[in-house]
Design a protein around this ligand. Structure first.
Ligand code: GAL
Length: 971
């Protein structure tokens, strides 16, 4: 099979990895600015992508909507815009917590020994979010889309009291057209979201809440739909490539349009490489897809070393006027899975040196800042990883952009194994979003499903594969099986590449029986190590880092890699896992709250497995490492097992210059020496062809005397999003890191940013991850800091611990253009609706009347009395009644009711108190004080009509401030 694809970064990424986060941030701002020059009013550019991360209100816990009982409430409840409870526009959220996204409330909660080990013993539950949005009247006619990149787990979204969206997966985006529900100007818009994190989709920590970014995308009524550009390159022959660019447009305007769609392809050097244009007729409120084929000769290929990214720009014009413009990146490369020899990328053989990773990080749960993701991927790159399986779900889009820029191959995995229509949408969403990306080499439709060896599984997978192929026929599809390979009917028969989780002993048998089927490990290893521990203590849930312990279904790091590396037909490895993650504390349970499978701990600090894999995976330079550390006071004379890991021919071990021994390096097993402990300097020297090429040492340190902090980068961008980890460690009098120290740290962070969390890699720690204290674990901790929004200056961070000299760092925070964002607005004004009208009467009705449900059956609806009918009946008085619950900030007697226009003499009663009297018949604007009071309020308006005239009122709203203040403002 030959396949090729590409996708879309907006420019070549050539900066040094260490500076990448800053560049990414700047890039994001530039890219956004290119299409989004203003945040309010009519925009110069037709498309704006505004961050909606700022300005949310949050309530932890569910809010039960009021009981609906009786004719009136039932009738009202069933009407568009009338959602009740916390989904209602008028709901009082004035005491909710203000926060910015991304947000994971599970990581804020306490560990609960009775909680779910799979979810890291963290509480999940239900939470509500609300946010207000003002849309300028000049923006009428624009298409407005709310985008949530992920919400854990079941999300229900209301806009202005209308239920606009439901999403039942924590791993896919919600893209919601909110145009029809919008109110323009001061009327304001209310977004309400109920996030129910009780349901689980995984057996690992999944977090809770709106944990990825949120956006508001404003475009023309005629626009390219979200994920509506398909751009996957194919090699035709020799150096000739084709790039069919599929563009899906939508026209939400009220008339058909004839437009011209133009596609331009820009090479990494910015030069135009190809272009094409087509005229298209767009019917109203429908999607239309056009495909524009581009032909490219000898493009610069995307590879792991040369991440040549091309930019695809799509413009839509009508009579020369730009209606929409959107961009994405793509790349030119071939992939081929050979049944005998594994994977070829651009016809070069590549063994997959992959890891599986979940998406949480120390301190922040699953609300991981983009810059911390960049740090994680950089750590993987340094380790020699060339492939990532984002298990078992699609990851954030920013991360997918990074993998293309940094050079990783990706197994893109769908969460839910289910070909029913709702669930196929999730799979299709992932393929649409990611099919332009050159890094994606495999679509995975499931992980370890009990039906994998049955006809049912086969039939289910067949349908999912077909759905993928309809959207992208260029990439192979796999499924991560952990059995069933040898059943008569099994899912391997329905996929292009067989993915095997574990079952290393079956590799040869399967290959022999199916010599024509491409094969890869989709998951392997599952070995245990507690970072920095070198003896197993079952009573303390600690596991030694010598690569001796692994799950019953798994292998040691060395065994798994040896099995894979020595079999050419196995395309490669995906080690479970690159990093520790919360939940799944296998083989332990409480008090362990996180896993110990990682090559690195949850902070990205290396375990012995890191060095093991690095020397096996990095071949272009000599490497040598030693384990354990050399601080074994009290064990003098006792044998210490020393592991030497290297990619050189031979290694010699020396203690304080005295040769302990020399061995030929075993590239799979690595080498052990037994050394009776004596303090000093243990050194490993590596030789190739008899020449020293590498050297490593561990040294006995003195007691810790001070703390030291090592920021990951030199500076932060002052955009409120950029973040970085700071390594904190204890050092001795000679400045050497003390690998066994467990000082109790206190952090103090001030200036142009804040601390957002911390960790230390101890799977048994129950410390608050976001408080101001944290213990070192085996000598290390990590503090994550983030810049403040629109900040510039310095961020000062101090770590102190009893008996140790404190450490301080000052991190420059640089002013950068803020990412375009939708400003948070105040709560939308409360409008009073759902008025009932009592039958007209000839005498003034009793304002305290309390109609029974049966009496209410004869009351009318609305704000205007039926003048003619009432006149015929001789009734000149009308009683209008509604009720509402004012926000707390409007309940203190300072707010007022505003009748935009009321005709007739009138009285207004709030509950049983008279609030105002209007003594003239003539229609007028009228303000009445909202008498102090909390909870639900009953409003009664009695209007006396002038003979022959109408009685009624236009808009009635509750406004903050006194009547005097309102009149002063009006003047
Ligand atoms: C696998 C599974 C992973 C993880 C791992 C732990 O079977 O696919 O999600 O649970 O086991 O060893």
């Amino acid at each position: 099979m030959e396949a090729i694809y590409g996708q879309a970064g907006q420019r070549c990424f050539i900066c040094a990895l260490a500076a990448m986060a800053l560049v990414l941030a700047a890039f994001a701002a530039t890219a956004a600015a290119a299409t989004a020059p203003s945040t309010t009013g009519a925009a110069a550019s037709p498309r704006e992508r505004l961050s909606l991360d700022r300005g949310w209100l949050f309530h932890l816990g569910d809010i039960t909507p009021p009981d609906i009982k009786g004719a009136d409430p039932s009738y009202n409840n069933a009407k568009a815009g009338n959602a009740a409870g916390a989904a209602a526009t008028t709901y009082d959220d004035s005491d909710w917590r203000a926060l910015d996204l991304p947000h994971d409330w599970a990581v804020e909660g306490p560990f609960d020994p009775n909680g779910n080990s799979a979810q890291g013993y963290r509480p999940r539950g239900v939470g509500w979010y609300r946010r207000y949005l003002r849309i300028d009247p000049s923006e009428r006619g624009r298409h407005m889309e709310l985008q949530f990149d992920a919400i854990a787990t079941h999300a229900t979204v209301w806009v202005n009291g209308n239920l606009v969206h439901r999403n039942w997966s924590a791993y896919n985006a919600s893209n919601i057209d909110i145009t029809p529900y919008l109110r323009y100007g001061d009327a304001g818009n209310t977004i309400a979201i109920r996030a129910d994190a009780n349901p689980m989709e995984g057996w690992w920590y999944e977090g809770a809440g709106i944990y990825r970014h949120a956006w508001l995308v404003k475009s023309n009524g005629v626009h390219v739909v979200t994920d509506g550009v398909a751009a996957t390159a194919r090699l035709v022959k020799g150096h000739d490539w084709s790039l069919p660019v599929g563009v899906t447009l939508n026209n939400s305007a009220d008339r058909p349009a004839k437009v011209s769609v133009e596609v331009s392809l820009f090479a990494p050097d910015g030069k135009l490489a190809a272009s094409a244009a087509r005229r298209v007729a767009l019917p109203v409120l429908a999607n239309t897809t056009v495909t524009l084929p581009l032909a490219i000769k000898a493009p610069a290929r995307w590879s792991l070393e040369q991440r040549n990214l091309y930019r695809v720009s799509v413009t839509v014009r009508q009579d020369g006027k730009l209606l929409d413009e959107t961009m994405l990146h793509t790349g030119f490369r071939t992939i081929r899975f050979d049944p005998q020899q594994g994977l070829f990328l651009n016809e070069q053989h590549v063994k997959l040196q992959g890891v599986c990773i979940h998406q949480d990080h120390a301190g922040v749960g699953v609300a991981v800042p983009d810059a911390i993701w960049e740090y994680r991927l950089r750590r993987l790159k340094e380790l020699g990883v060339n492939a990532i399986r984002f298990s078992h779900n699609a990851v954030a889009p920013e991360v997918m952009d990074m993998v293309d820029r940094m050079g990783f191959l990706v197994m893109d995995e769908n969460r839910n194994f289910n070909p029913s229509p709702d669930y196929l949408l999730q799979l299709e969403w992932m393929v649409r979003r990611d099919r332009h990306r050159p890094g994606v080499i495999l679509w995975s439709v499931f992980n370890e499903e009990p039906e994998q060896g049955t006809e049912v599984g086969y039939e289910m997978v067949r349908r999912m594969v077909a759905a993928v192929k309809t959207l992208d026929a260029t990439r192979p599809v796999t499924a991560a099986m952990n059995g069933g390979y040898f059943s008569e009917r099994n899912v391997a028969q329905a996929v292009d590449v067989v993915g095997a989780n574990y079952h290393v002993g079956d590799y040869d048998k399967y290959h022999k029986a199916n010599p024509g089927k491409p094969f890869t490990s989709s998951e392997d290893t599952s070995a245990f190590m507690t970072r920095g521990e070198f003896s197993t203590d079952a009573g303390k849930n600690l596991i030694a880092s010598y690569d001796d312990d692994f799950a019953q279904w798994g292998n040691s790091h060395r065994d798994a890699w040896q099995a894979i590396a020595t079999r050419p037909f196995v395309a490669g490895s995906f080690v479970w896992t690159g990093f520790d993650y919360r939940g799944e504390p296998t083989p332990n349970v409480w008090p362990s709250v996180s896993s110990v499978f990682g090559i690195m701990d949850m902070n990205g600090f290396p375990k012995t497995a890191y060095y093991l894999h690095q020397v096996q995976w990095i071949k272009d330079r000599p490497l040598i490492y030693l384990a354990p550390h050399w601080n074994w006071a009290g064990n003098e004379g006792k044998d210490i097992r020393v592991m030497v890991m290297a990619n050189v021919e031979r290694a010699m071990l020396l203690l304080d210059g005295r040769v302990i021994g020399e061995q030929a390096i075993d590239p799979y097993r690595m080498n052990y020496f037994t050394v009776p402990y004596q303090s000093g300097k243990l050194e490993a020297v590596g030789f190739n062809h008899g020449r020293e090429v590498a050297r490593a040492s561990v040294e006995t340190t003195g007691p810790a005397v001070a703390l030291e902090m090592v920021p990951d980068r030199d500076a932060l961008a002052g955009d409120g999003r950029d973040a970085m980890p700071i390594t904190v460690r204890a050092i001795d009098a000679q400045g050497r890191a003390v690998p066994t120290d467990s000082a109790q740290l206190t952090f103090d962070v001030s200036g142009a940013g804040r601390a957002i969390g911390h960790g230390n890699g101890d799977p048994n720690s129950h410390e608050d991850e976001q408080g101001s204290t944290r213990k070192l674990f085996n000598g290390l901790a990590q503090l994550i800091v983030q810049s403040s929004f629109e900040s510039a200056g310095m961020l000062q961070v101090t770590a102190s611990a009893p008996g140790l000299r404190a450490a301080s760092v000052r991190i420059p925070v640089k002013a950068v253009g803020a990412m375009p964002f939708a400003p948070a607005a105040g709560a939308a004004p409360t409008k009073l609706g759902n008025w009932r009208i009592a039958p007209a009467s000839a005498t003034r009705p009793d304002p305290a009347s309390n109609p029974s449900e049966s009496e209410l059956q004869v009351w009318g609806w609305g704000q205007q009395a039926p003048a003619k009918l009432d006149a015929e009946k001789g009734g000149q008085f009308n009683l209008f009644r509604t009720s509402f619950t004012p926000r707390k900030n409007l309940s203190d007697g300072n707010a007022h009711l505003r009748f935009k226009r009321i005709a007739g003499k009138a009285e207004v009663w709030l509950d049983d108190r008279l609030a105002g009297t209007k003594s003239a018949f003539a229609p007028a604007e009228w303000r009445v004080p909202l008498l102090a009071g909390t909870g639900a309020r009953r409003i009664t308006v009695i209007i006396e009509r002038q003979a022959g005239e109408a009685a009624g009122m236009d808009d009635v709203s509750v406004e903050a401030g006194s009547i005097a203040q309102a009149s002063a403002l009006a003047r």
